[in-house]
Design a protein around this ligand. Structure first.
Ligand code: NAP
Length: 313
């Protein structure tokens, strides 16, 4: 019987593990298929306090993992395939094992949203990518397109200019959504060309991507951009399929919690990007992970009839 199982290895899950570990709950953290979550695929995190020169997303999450393990977290490289929250203890099945747990912290994060256009699926891994830090190196002196106008699209477009000779940023409006400081950097970068008011209609290619067919949403005109790769950053969707029908979700599928990270099922907590929230950042994810772990500790103590000292937060 586990005291607490944490699902997800991004900043929220790893912080929950650090706190649960320090509370001597010996947390079991199930990583999911990508260690470090979305943050680990971020080339550079510039706004997480304590790193005035920025830090690579992968490096940051690896440091968090080391810290969690130092306090007794068992990190299990596996993926949850089924979660039964209708009974207590909760039952969590992975590809490799079945666990019973007194409390559960869900930090399953989000996945990249797809464009859903012809060619996107066909050329996945052959020119269509969702991770500049993973694949950018393959585009040395090549031309790439980045789709989207948010922080992720613009930051990763800037990162890709380290390798690519040219980076088109294709955005469906004529104003970027990204933070101003990031926008400014993109406008000043000679290798970046903004393609405004446009959407990708098709990914073109033979063995690999050779171009994208784009459509101007204002005048309906279509044209082709010759590119060797396309990186898509058009937002994210929550990883909550396992919990549908068991937990309260909002209309977009994010887990609804109160301010102490309690979900609609007592003993189940949610933290980080998977949770309905106003701001999705590493800084906000770690705070929610810490609270979720302390609430899990409190839940277990109350379950077992132990007095739980009220903490001064
Ligand atoms: P986002 O902020 O939701 O931006 C998504 C972008 O994709 C928007 O520009 C949107 O256009 C566009 N888009 C959405 N659907 C589209 C479609 N079907 N076709 C074409 N374009 C489409 O997503 P994100 O950039 O992935 O960021 C997610 C969260 O992580 C945000 O809260 C962001 O602030 C945060 N984040 C922060 C940092 C950082 O602070 N360093 C870095 C990365 C991400 P519209 O603008 O027209 O809606």
């Amino acid at each position: 019987m586990e005291e607490v199982v944490i699902i997800g290895s991004g900043p929220a899950g790893l912080t929950a593990a650090i706190y649960a570990g320090r509370s001597q709950l010996s947390p079991l953290l199930i990583t999911g298929n990508a260690l470090g979550g979305q943050a680990a695929t971020t080339s550079e995190v510039e706004n997480y306090p304590g790193f005035p020169d920025g830090i690579g997303g992968m490096e940051l999450t690896q440091l968090m993992q080391q810290q969690a393990e130092r306090f007794g977290t068992r990190v299990q490289m596996d993926e949850v395939v089924e979660a039964n929250l209708r009974q207590h203890p909760f039952v969590i099945k992975t590809y490799g094992a079945t666990y019973e747990t007194k409390s559960l912290i869900i930090a399953t994060g989000v996945s990249p949203r797809l464009l859903g256009v012809p060619g996107e699926d066909l050329f996945k891994g052959r020119g269509v990518s969702f991770c500049a830090t993973c694949d950018g190196f393959f585009y040395k002196d090549k031309v790439v397109a980045v789709v989207g106008g948010g922080d992720a699209a613009v930051e990763e477009a800037i990162y890709l200019t380290r390798f690519a000779s040219k980076v088109y940023v294709i955005h469906r409006r004529n104003r970027l959504r990204a933070q101003k400081v990031v926008q400014q950097r993109a406008f000043e970068n000679d290798k970046i060309e903004l393609v405004w008011d446009s959407v990708v209609a098709e990914v073109l290619g033979q063995q690999t991507v050779t171009g994208v067919r784009i459509k101007n949403v204002k005048n309906g005109e279509e044209s082709t951009l010759a590119v060797d790769g396309m990186f898509t950053y058009v937002g994210t969707v929550p990883n909550t399929r396992l919990f549908e029908g068991q937990l309260e979700l909002d209309e977009r599928g994010y887990i609804t919690t109160d301010h102490r990270m309690h979900t609609s099922v007592p003993g189940v907590f949610a933290a980080g990007d998977v949770q309905e929230r106003a701001l999705r950042q590493v800084a906000t994810a770690v705070g929610s992970g810490a609270i979720a772990a302390m609430e899990a500790e409190k839940f277990i103590a109350e379950l077992e009839g132990q007095a739980y000292p009220d903490r001064q937060w």
